[in-house]
Design a protein around this ligand. Structure first.
Ligand code: F0G
Length: 465
């Protein structure tokens, strides 16, 4: 059989509230053309993020009931610790409330002024935590990642030549660790090959620099290795995952992605003295070492989720359902970042809305059209998210991509939901010239995309005030 089915059946449902285009036009106006300001119940299909939006399994819910809420040494903690140890082989396992809490603890310990941290692409919160510590965050992804049409199978790879140059430039003492994000969320959810991780490990080891992973989507990355990297087709996902972690000195993980839970995170460490210091910071702000920032029931759900995420049928369905969306969009001519990544489809809005210049936010124009036309919520990853208030139309970097991310929550939507998304995008694509650019009416100075208010550019709302 060629058809790959969802490897689960549905036991509990959550109704979606239907709205009309007229209602959504008003909702969008009230939200200042910013989908972050729309109440979730006004959204039909929510593709804002794959983080914390998974559907849990019956075994996870059973774990929730079993959760041991003892302050110290809870049974749920020992179960979680054992599972994480078995999967990753890491000796020190610290539970946190989500990924950025693990990042904050790590960079408070090893960051600081004068330090430089390389990564393929730092995710926003990782960069923010590094910069907050006074250190510098540098992106070293391979050049192929900047071309949406390049079909490189591991576009998340870190460029070894750029890494060597960085080490020569700053000296190894300025680099307390090198990170690799698997999969590379900022770069289109693209995977990193085991060959690349091994080579980065070799280079950093030669200079005495430890390698860390931002491993939020390690299971999806391992599945890509199994499917695309030669020599791994017959290796199990668990073996591949073990090999990935064997090359790392530590890892930060948000369990809200591949952990299949709604809240939770982990910090994994190999070094005993660093782990002792991290435990002190954990107690200071998250909680005692056997629960971190979580309840016992959350640890149970994570212990179960991290095992389910490694199941062959689950990963096959997961990657195939993202590819299904990507392939259909490509067939109808919609430009997306190729090849399809692990958790989302990234539409190339620069090309989709070629008539809207970057300073009029082509990605946001498409995000608004998707919501107004079909009630679908996506997110802009372009000039609205990364632009600065003092940017002029001329100073916007030409290499900046204008993307719209359709992130797919795990085990939540069925194929007909995805068919609806494909149809909506096809219809918007057919009338794309009618989409208007936008201008900012008000915005805060940092992380402006969350709360900015915008207005469509029409004859009554001309581009410049
Ligand atoms: N690292 C990566 C690669 C991420 O994608 C995220 C979160 C984090 C770290 C931080 O984890 O949210 O648990 O604190 N990404 C979400 C997203 C928010 O929508 O892509 P967190």
């Amino acid at each position: 059989m060629k058809t790959i089915i969802e490897p689960f059946r549905i036991k509990m449902v959550e109704p979606i509230r239907m709205t009309s285009e007229l209602e959504r036009t008003e909702i969008l106006q009230r939200a200042g053309m910013n989908v972050f300001l729309i109440p979730a119940q006004e959204v039909l299909i929510d593709l804002l993020t794959d983080s914390g939006t998974s559907a849990m399994s019956s075994e996870q819910w059973a774990g929730i009931m079993r959760g041991d809420e003892s302050y110290a040494g809870a049974t749920s903690w020992y179960r979680f610790e054992k599972v994480m140890h078995e999967i990753t082989g890491m000796p020190y396992i610290l539970p946190t409330h989500q990924g950025r809490a693990s990042e904050r603890i790590l960079f408070e310990l090893i960051g600081g002024p004068g330090k430089v941290i390389p990564n393929n692409n730092h995710f926003d919160t990782t960069r923010a935590n590094i910069e907050y510590s006074g250190a510098e965050a540098v992106d070293l992804v391979i050049d192929e990642a900047a071309d949406p049409n390049n079909l490189h199978p591991f576009k998340g790879n870190l460029d070894l030549r750029k890494l060597e140059n960085l080490i020569t430039h700053y000296g190894p003492k300025a680099i307390p660790l090198c990170m690799i994000t698997i999969t590379n969320n900022r770069g289109g959810g693209q995977p990193v090959s085991l060959e690349n991780i091994r080579k980065v490990h070799q280079v950093t080891k030669d200079y005495g620099i430890p390698l860390y992973l931002d491993a939020c989507r390690f299971a999806e990355n391992a599945a890509f290795i199994q499917q695309r990297e030669s020599g791994y087709a017959d290796r199990s996902i668990r073996e591949i995952v073990k090999e990935i972690f064997s090359l790392a000195e530590g890892a930060t993980i948000s369990a809200k992605k591949d952990g299949l839970v709604n809240i939770g995170g982990v910090l994994l460490l190999r070094n005993e003295s660093l782990a002792a210091k991290a435990n002190n910071l954990l107690i200071l702000s998250e909680g005692f070492v056997t629960y971190g920032g979580l309840a016992g029931r959350d640890l149970e759900a994570m212990a179960q989720g991290f095992q389910e995420t490694l199941e062959k049928d689950y990963l096959l369905y997961r990657l195939r359902s993202i590819a299904y969306l990507g392939n259909h969009l490509t067939q109808i001519g919609i430009p997306i970042v190729q090849p399809t990544g692990g958790h989302a489809i990234y539409i190339d809005a620069k090309s989709f809305c070629a008539h809207i210049p970057p300073y009029q936010f082509p990605g946001q124009a498409l995000v608004c059209a998707l919501y107004r036309y079909a009630g679908i919520r996506a997110v802009e990853i372009g000039t609205l998210m990364f632009g600065q208030a003092n940017e002029t139309p001329e100073s916007i970097p030409k290499e900046r991509m204008e993307l719209v991310r359709l992130a797919i929550p795990r085990r939540v939507y069925t194929q007909s939901h995805i068919d609806y998304v494909i149809e909506a995008l096809g219809e918007i694509f057919a009338k794309r010239e009618t989409l208007s650019g936008l201008k900012i009416v008000s915005a805060p100075s940092i992380l402006r995309h969350f709360t900015a208010r915008l207005q469509e550019i029409t004859p009554t709302n001309p581009p410049r005030n």
